[in-house]
Design a protein around this ligand. Structure first.
Ligand SMILES: Nc1nc2c(c(=O)[nH]1)N[C@H]1C(S)=C(S)[C@@H](COP(=O)(O)OP(=O)(O)OC[C@H]3O[C@@H](n4cnc5c(N)ncnc54)[C@H](O)[C@@H]3O)O[C@H]1N2
Ligand code: MOO
Length: 423
């Protein structure tokens, strides 16, 4: 097969002034030479200048005769103010190749965490594969080594090779051809199997004529899918139950009830009428008859508490009307029981220092009636308590966006069997 054409663009202010200071091109060349699939690289040096970088890349990719299969750029990929190689290259790319970027960074991270200091981009412009590498010879070498075995395959496909034929023998065969294996990168240099010779210097049958660099003739803007507009979401009324989990709320939701909906005790003890300026009640200290028992499971109406009596109450239970505080059971002594021995008849309250509101949770102290509890766009999750919040604030149904039905269209250029099914 003809060898693939490769060009190296050194992006460096220093090297552009003193070409002898460039050590990276000479460090990269042997890696390519070892593969035996590449011509001797063309090398050019430009300063950290967007226009000069773009002019070189376009010259190498857009010339219908002397276009290059692979364009490597080195330098200007970091975070320094002058580093603008990714910004120069990104707009020139027609089809991005994040897999190559991941491959380079993943491999480099095994060498140094500073691999994160490079911002590489990779992708295809017309038929040319473009990859940016860090500037230092070491960094550039480590990045190129991570992907070099895969580059002939990528370049052949970018140049228009029949993908179906290339993949006919399966991934293992492709790995063997590339000299790599699953999980590890082998260092053996296996030559490619006989492939259609698509990397010749003349213009291949499908190669696009050189274009001016305007956004209007970019491949992406010709993509019909770019014009498609997502449909308006459909809003449905959904009952509040576990089936609603995963839905997105379509309108703000306001509490239909307070939480708690009534004055509730926060301890086990006795509901009392504590003296305040309005009720003239006597001190809570002393022995009182127990009028009733209020359990947390609310139901039925409660008899108002009369002055001079107390009512046994459990945690979470509603206070009877007139009661304004709860004395915890630890501050009381049982004096006498009912004749059948099942309930307390009289109880000694040991403290007179009980204030109105003590051990009481006021209505709406958790959620006020009418308070916004969920906003349009909120997700009803299985772990965030949204279902419980809706149910406890009296919301029985809620407007949500209908979940989208997603279909996957699998498409093969060479196949007449195109199938779709809803997921
Ligand atoms: N696999 C690795 N990845 C990265 C490394 C690494 O060591 N291994 N280094 C990381 C660091 S640190 C940085 S920073 C970035 C480099 O990003 P840049 O592309 O911006 O590199 P430059 O700033 O242009 O150059 C860095 C440094 O290297 C020397 N240099 C640059 N060009 C040349 C040249 N042509 N010949 C000789 N030496 C050169 C010079 O000292 C520059 O100051 O990459 C991370 N990734
Ligand atoms: O900024 Mo890197 O971190 O040049 O050494």
């Amino acid at each position: 097969m003809d060898k693939l054409k490769v060009a190296i663009l050194i992006v460096s202010d220093t090297a552009s002034q003193d070409p002898a200071s460039d050590r990276t091109a000479n460090a990269l060349a042997p890696i390519l030479a070892a593969e035996d699939k590449w011509e001797t690289p063309a090398v050019r040096i430009v300063p950290d200048n967007v226009f000069e970088i773009q002019r070189a890349v376009c010259e190498w990719s857009d010339d219908s005769v002397n276009w290059y299969n692979l364009i490597l750029l080195s330098g200007g990929t970091g975070f320094a103010i002058k580093d603008n190689t990714p910004e120069a290259v990104s707009p020139l790319i027609h089809r991005h190749a994040p897999g190559l970027v991941h491959g380079m960074i993943a491999a480099s991270l095994k060498v140094t965490p500073f691999a994160m200091m490079s911002r590489p981009v990779a992708g295809v412009r017309d038929k040319s594969l473009i990859i940016t590498l860090p500037g230092s010879p070491k960094g550039a070498v480590e990045n190129l080594e991570a992907v070099v075995k895969l580059l002939p395959h990528a370049c052949l496909q970018s140049a228009g090779a029949n993908s179906r034929n290339m993949h006919a023998a399966g991934i293992k065969s492709l790995e063997a051809d590339a000299g790599v294996s699953s999980g590890t990168h082998s260092n053996s240099h296996t030559t490619l199997q006989k492939q259609p010779s698509l990397c010749s210097h003349h213009h291949g049958p499908g190669h696009v004529a050189p274009k001016a660099h305007t956004s209007s003739n970019r491949q992406q803007s010709n993509d019909p899918s770019a014009a498609s507009i997502p449909p308006e979401p459909i809003i449905i009324e959904s009952p509040v139950n576990t089936a609603i989990v995963g839905s997105v709320v379509a309108e703000d939701v306001y509490a239909a009830e307070s939480v708690p909906a009534y004055k509730a005790s926060i301890v086990d003890g006795y509901a009392v009428i504590a003296p305040d300026s309005t009720n003239n009640a006597p001190s809570t200290k002393g022995v009182f008859p127990v009028a009733s028992v209020n359990h947390a499971n609310v139901g039925g109406s409660l008899n108002p508490l009369q002055q001079g009596t107390i009512a046994r109450i459990t945690t979470g239970a509603p206070l009877p009307p007139n009661a304004n505080a709860v004395v915890m059971v630890e501050d009381t002594d049982l004096v006498s029981s009912t004749p059948d021995g099942t309930e307390e008849a009289t109880v000694d309250i040991l403290t007179g220092d009980i204030k109105p509101g003590e051990n009481v949770r006021e209505p709406g102290s958790d959620v006020r009636l009418g308070e916004k509890i969920l906003a349009r766009g909120d997700v009803i999750s299985s772990v965030g308590g949204e279902v419980g919040l809706l149910a406890s604030t009296g919301i029985r149904t809620v407007k949500v966006f209908k979940k989208p039905t997603i279909g996957v269209l699998t498409q093969e250029t060479n196949s007449s069997n195109t199938t779709t099914r809803a997921l």
